[in-house]
Design a binder for this molecule. Structure first.
Ligand SMILES: [Ca+2]
Ligand SMILES: [Ca+2]
Length: 283
């Protein structure tokens, strides 16, 4: 991803010279006038408005505290390459750490969209992701909060001490053995001693921890490859990771491929690793 961005910028440097000034210690172009506690967090160059001129895209945010990496009130500002006008798009409710921009075509209109990744900083290790189309100076979110919690899989505990995971697209299921957690699940009332489900319980699927732009089917349009953690009775009860490839069809993101990776150190028969009581509280 970084490499692609570098190549794109290298090519563009040969094509066009811009009058923007190099400013602060971050050594990024800074034509924006920002309040004192706001920062430019990342920038990228690409034609995102579709007029053939290379635009400059800035990710800015409010630094809550001096010395803290946490930034909120994030927004994207596009400096139009044709007339240097500025268009701002606020990324509502987003705040976090180590955020970055990427420009590439996800929507299939041959005009680059703006992808933003922001680490939540939470214990689940997941990140927020946004993709904004700015074609024709008409900002439109094509990947947002509801997409970040992918619905391509669901899961529940089933009789016989197994977690059943279902691909919601094709209805296919796999079952992961969870019998070495029996003690914990008995305590929580999920299973009886006979291994029969006592309390219908869904397994937990976290938002994407990573979501990487990748041209999976090599058609010149980016797809997204994402990783989500599957947990059993509570977040720390990790069972597996699921890797999904999502493709945008103009209105929705469809999963193209779903791959489940089971943690061999915690799942399977014959491995006995009882959890200490102190770390097994549900959250
Ligand atoms: Ca443009
Ligand atoms: Ca593609």
């Amino acid at each position: 991803m970084k490499k692609a961005g570098f190549i794109m910028i290298t090519i563009m440097l040969g094509l066009f010279i811009t009058p923007i000034m190099l400013a602060n210690a971050n050594d990024v172009p800074q034509p924006l006038s920002l309040p004192a506690d706001y920062r430019i967090l990342d920038n990228a160059e690409a034609d995102v408005t579709g007029d053939g001129y290379i635009d400059t895209i800035y990710l800015t945010g409010h630094q809550r505290q001096i010395g803290s990496l946490y930034t909120d009130d994030l927004s994207i500002t596009v400096e139009n390459g044709a007339d240097h006008s500025l268009t701002r798009y606020p990324l509502n409710k987003l705040g976090g750490y180590r955020m970055h921009l990427f420009a590439g075509d996800f929507s299939g209109d041959k005009v680059a969209d703006v992808y933003v990744e922001v680490e939540s900083g939470g214990s689940g290790g997941w990140s927020y992701h946004n993709i904004i189309s700015l074609n024709a100076n008409d900002p439109k979110e094509i990947f947002g909060e509801q997409n970040n919690q992918s619905k391509s899989i669901t899961g529940k505990f089933i009789d016989g001490l197994k977690a059943e995971i279902t691909n919601t697209v094709n209805g296919k299921t796999i079952a992961i053995d969870v019998r070495e957690r029996l003690k914990d699940y008995l305590r929580l009332g999920i299973y009886g001693e006979d291994g029969i489900v006592k309390k219908e319980t869904s397994i937990m699927i976290a938002p994407f921890s990573k979501l990487e732009p990748i041209d999976y089917d090599r058609d010149g349009i980016f797809e997204l490859k994402g990783i989500q953690r599957i947990s059993g009775a509570y977040r720390a009860d990790g069972i597996a990771d699921v890797e999904t490839v999502l493709k945008y069809n103009g209105t929705a993101w469809n999963s193209q491929s779903v791959k489940v990776t089971v943690f061999m150190d915690t799942a399977g028969v014959g491995i006995v690793a009882p959890k200490p009581a102190s770390s097994s509280a549900p959250n």
